[in-house]
Write a protein that binds this ligand. Structure first.
Ligand SMILES: [Zn+2]
Length: 460
């Protein structure tokens, strides 16, 4: 059995406490890389131990076997637990034993018809829907399928408490975003082909060598063709790289993963094979060559390198501007079951604008006029004052500019100078917490929570 981590036990306690209060259908949010499957395994173990049946719906065929292994290790009675793909269950729906509990992985897909058929077929079952991002590109919420939401820890908390590795983010852009076109909410492959500059492959190798040389890296591309080109480029410069996709033979894939773990292969390139749930241990660097509009994909890509190891700093190299669409993966995020209307979705007000250093490409929330990594002087960002034909973009740039000016004013204040480069764990006073929260656009609740943790305030 796995020893549950504190935050995993906390999530499980929260789930049972909501169920005791009569909730029947919960969305459970947990950031990527925090062991959702272990949490589900423990719940399945407790459920089958009482003689109740579990149905676990998986989104991808590749992870069925992996889930079954984890469940067995955790001591789930597999006679009472079925694990399978949504399509398989839908086909056999009349033959399925009635489950008492339905677990759904990657639940941001849950409103698809196939899922709803299963969910609606068993109205008496308790439903637990797990996802890192209870948010869908359509803006449509979960209120019609869930009566409660359990939020996991923030990424910043997980880093401060050594559950995830801290991360350095670099964003040397090699894409002409003006050429990107959206189809069904996501950038079309055709437009990505046009938007990525041919030098992107060379850039990827160059920056890997400069920023992350020697580390195990995984690269995300938009097409198999592009993933192959990238692997070629790495191999030509003497860095062993292999492309992996759905057509790679299962045995070959095993061997490739073993070689990657042993360091014989340094770079794996893929489209989105290693995203939802599929394990790939030992990744220290992520290279993003695929622009996306999906927050879910972005966090799965970016956080793939953040598994904790003592002393490690993960690296993310983003050649396609994803960070500008979603903010850093370490930014606090707050979730709701409610739908977002189109207007508020477009505004994307929850994204905190980042600054990219033109010298070292490190990417951060700007404080003052100096790059916190290479100490180069930050000019007033050209992109922030350029007027673009695209009105929406201009608005974002104006907001960025306003933020820069606001930050420059704030910097005259001693308390802000004191917190440069600090993480929440370093903050010592209420004034510092408040300044930090203001800087990162965190809510008052965050200050209150941190202050309580640090014993700066007492609750009766
Ligand atoms: Zn720099």
């Amino acid at each position: 059995m796995f020893e549950l981590r504190d935050y995993q036990s906390e999530t499980i306690d929260n789930i049972y406490s909501e169920l005791k209060q009569g909730k029947r259908s919960l969305v459970v949010q947990q950031p990527p890389r925090t062991g959702k499957t272990v949490i589900m395994a423990e719940i399945a173990r407790r459920t089958t131990a009482k003689g109740n049946r579990v149905l676990f719906i998986v989104h991808r065929i590749e992870i069925v076997e992996q889930v079954i292994q984890t469940f067995k290790q955790q001591g789930v009675n597999m006679d009472l637990c079925k694990v399978g793909m949504v399509q398989t269950f839908t086909r056999r729906i009349s033959k399925l034993d009635k489950p008492d509990l339905i677990l759904i992985d990657e639940a941001h897909h849950v409103l698809a018809d196939s899922y709803m058929r299963i969910v609606n077929n068993f109205p008496d079952a308790i439903k637990l829907m797990f996802t890192a991002t209870p948010y869908r590109m359509s803006g449509q919420g979960f209120e019609e399928v869930a009566d409660g939401l359990i939020e996991g820890k923030q990424v910043s908390w997980l880093i401060d408490h050594k559950r995830l590795s801290p991360v350095d983010y670099y964003a040397p852009k090699s894409i002409n975003e003006k050429l990107l076109k959206t189809r069904k909410g996501e950038f079309s492959n055709k437009s990505i082909d046009e938007a990525i500059k041919p030098k992107i492959y060379g850039d990827a190798v160059k920056h890997y060598k400069k920023i992350a040389k020697g580390t195990n890296a995984i690269a995300y591309c938009h097409s198999v063709d592009s993933a192959k080109k990238l692997a070629d480029e790495f191999n030509q410069s003497g860095i062993k790289a292999v492309e992996v996709d759905g057509s790679t033979d299962a045995q070959d894939r095993e061997q490739i993963i073993t070689d990657f773990k042993n360091g014989k292969i340094k770079v794996l390139t893929n489209v989105e094979l290693f995203t939802e749930g599929l394990d790939l241990p030992g990744v220290d660097t992520v290279i993003q060559l695929r622009p996306t509009q999906s927050l879910s994909l972005y966090l799965q890509f970016a956080m793939r390198s953040m598994n904790y190891r003592e002393g490690k700093t993960a690296k993310i190299i983003d050649h396609v501007g994803n960070v500008e669409r979603f903010g850093l993966p370490t930014q606090d995020r707050h979730w709701t079951l409610k739908s977002k209307n189109k207007r508020s979705k477009k505004k994307k007000t929850d994204v905190v604008p980042v600054t990219v250093c033109s010298q070292c490409f490190s990417t951060f929330y700007r404080i003052g006029n100096e790059c916190p990594v290479c100490h180069a002087e930050l000019k007033v960002n050209k992109a922030e004052i350029d007027v673009d034909e695209n009105a929406e973009l201009t608005k974002i740039q104006e907001r960025k500019k306003a933020r820069t000016i606001r930050l420059q004013k704030m910097m005259k204040d001693e308390v802000y100078k004191n917190i440069i480069g600090k993480s929440p764990a370093d903050l010592k006073s209420m004034a510092e917490l408040k300044a930090y929260a203001k800087l990162h656009n965190y809510k008052d609740g965050w200050v209150f929570y941190q202050a309580k943790q640090k014993g700066l305030i007492r609750i009766r």
